[in-house]
Design a protein around this ligand. Sequence first.
Ligand code: 4NP
Length: 157
Amino acid sequence: MKKILFVCLGNICRSPTAEGVMNKLLEEKNLSNRIECDSAGTSSVHSGELPDSRSIKHALKRGVSMNSRSRHFDKSVDFDKFDLILVMDKNNFRSIKNQDLNNIYSSKIRLMTDFCSSTKVDEVPDPYFSGDEGFETVLDILEDATEGLLKYLLNED
Ligand code: 4NP
């Protein structure tokens, strides 16, 4: 069983969406027993909250359901527990890297957009202050990235 963690700032928009999109893909391919997903935020401001209602609404239109509660990234647990930590943007990537004080976990920490193939972007943009199109863009990028991520994980076996 491989364990992967998706990380953004608040853990209410991008990373729970990534978790939901990946879980849907795994279910479709009957791989839910091989890869386990979770998500977390570098900020604890929204800890305990359900995903943003706009994220839920846009994800549902694509058959993706999300019901995880926001939690803060915990360096004392998460670095060891997860095989791969997929971060949504460069600020949060730096934040996670900075918590890896001795650079022990560098190879586990990746930008989610590294796994995109058709979308030419280098971050998943924060949709929190955007309109509907921001949430659709997040889903477009994540649908592309999760396909690439799954191929990567299966090739590693
Ligand atoms: P997320 O989006 O990092 O994708 O969950 C955000 C959620 C909340 C805030 C910013 C981004 N905020 O400023 O509260």
